[in-house]
Design a protein around this ligand. Structure first.
Ligand SMILES: Cc1cc2nc3c(=O)[nH]c(=O)nc-3n(C[C@H](O)[C@H](O)[C@H](O)COP(=O)(O)O)c2cc1C
Length: 369
């Protein structure tokens, strides 16, 4: 289908703690008293638990939290991914997975800084399905820097109640900062903004009609409180911002099977259409190539802006379906006149009140290898 047909189509309205190495601590034992050792160990253990927890607050596709951490020593981590938490239907090449890993890494680096550590990061993987992706070593810094971890704790994806005001130039400048060359902003009312809105509705429709992709989504929705507690990952009625009586209903009566019904698919598209009609515009993140380091770099940039925006009352809603569907993916760069690889599509907008984070996270023992 070409662009004109696509426009027509859319116009129709389809619109570890146990895993820590004790080697370092044992060496310390020779120089400190037993009591002090135990205090140090307790403190360090808390430090690394905190670091891992803060890193895990990163965003990820379907909230699958694909990251794993192997502790070589307390200060030397290998970040990888768990195949059980890949999304083969919507992300067959692990492109989005690497972006999520990049966001995790950015949180880790910032969190480490807040505890007085410099993180030395080395990308290990050549290909996106490698078991080990990133090597991180932490070094104590001589001079400490005041770094806040609150933005990590308060960051979240917001999907509803966006205002329709345009994002001011100053705010765009503030968001993109030094990384400007990999960010492109389109106001919602621009031609490109309309194209992205229609394309997003269309790509969502394609996904809703695709059994494999819809079944994968169904597998990652945790309808009941019991499932949320059991898995600690995935999408929930709260994160999908289903409100009021409808939330109570879906929590009590919905199942995986409900996601595969026509009424669920239709409700999804209606919701998407309402979402793309609001917000200030679209922020596109690009990269030169699509290598492992570049995709991880995209994730770091994404998280870097996400950590800055709360005070400005700007919300971010990634809407990646146009990059997941072959027809829209093939035409999007030419349609927008972008030569680089488009890696993330973010709907951004001002909001009156920033909601609290509600997305579950897995216990750390599920991350540690
Ligand atoms: C690579 C990537 C792709 C994403 N794609 C979408 C998307 O298409 N639609 C959406 O509603 N959220 C998307 N998200 C947001 C995740 O669903 C969200 O980060 C996750 O549910 C955790 O919630 P939190 O960000 O509030 O912590 C994406 C996030 C990442 C990192």
């Amino acid at each position: 289908m070409n662009r004109r047909q696509f426009m027509k189509y859319s116009a129709w309205g389809l619109a570890a703690v146990g895993g820590f190495s004790m080697a370092n601590s044992l060496m310390q034992l020779q120089t400190v008293s037993r009591e002090r050792f135990s205090e140090n160990a307790k403190r360090e253990r808390k430090e690394y638990t905190d670091l891992l927890y803060l890193a895990s607050l990163a965003p990820s596709g379907h909230n699958a939290q694909p990251w794993t951490v192997k502790m070589i020593t307390d200060h030397h981590w290998i970040i990888g991914s768990s195949e059980a938490r890949w999304l083969p239907a919507v992300d067959p090449d692990n492109r989005e997975l690497l972006i999520s890993i990049g966001a995790f890494l950015e949180n880790l680096v910032v969190a480490a800084k807040s505890q007085g550590y410099e993180a030395n990061v080395h990308i290990l993987a050549q290909q996106p399905k490698a078991e080990e992706l990133v090597d991180v070593q932490l070094y104590k810094r001589d001079v400490s820097e005041a770094v806040a971890v609150k933005p990590m704790k308060l960051r979240r994806t917001v999907r509803n109640h966006f205002l329709t005001d345009e994002i001011s130039r100053e705010d765009i400048k503030f968001l993109t900062g030094e990384n400007k060359e990999h960010f492109i902003y389109y106001p919602r009312k621009s031609q490109e903004g309309s194209y992205l809105a229609e394309g997003t509705v269309w790509a969502n429709k394609l996904q809703a009609d695709n059994h494999e992709k819809q079944a994968e989504l169904a597998q990652w929705i945790r309808w009941s409180n019991q499932d949320i507690k059991q898995y600690g990952n995935g999408l929930t009625p709260e994160t999908m911002e289903i409100e009021g009586l409808a939330r109570w209903y879906v929590k009590n009566f919905y199942s995986r099977q409900s996601v595969l019904t026509d009424s669920f698919r239709e409700a999804t598209i209606k919701n998407i259409r309402e979402q793309v009609a609001t917000g200030g515009g679209w922020l596109v993140i690009t990269s030169n190539g699509a290598s492992v380091p570049e995709l991880i770099g995209v994730g770091r940039k994404l998280q870097n802006i996400w950590l800055k925006i709360r005070d400005k009352k700007i919300a971010i809603h990634p809407m990646t379906q146009m990059l997941e569907e072959i027809v829209t993916k093939n035409e999007i760069s030419a349609a927008l006149g972008i030569r680089e690889n488009i890696q993330m599509l973010l709907r951004i907008g001002y909001i009156h009140t920033y909601p609290e984070p509600v997305s579950p996270r897995m216990p750390l023992k599920k991350i540690l290898l």
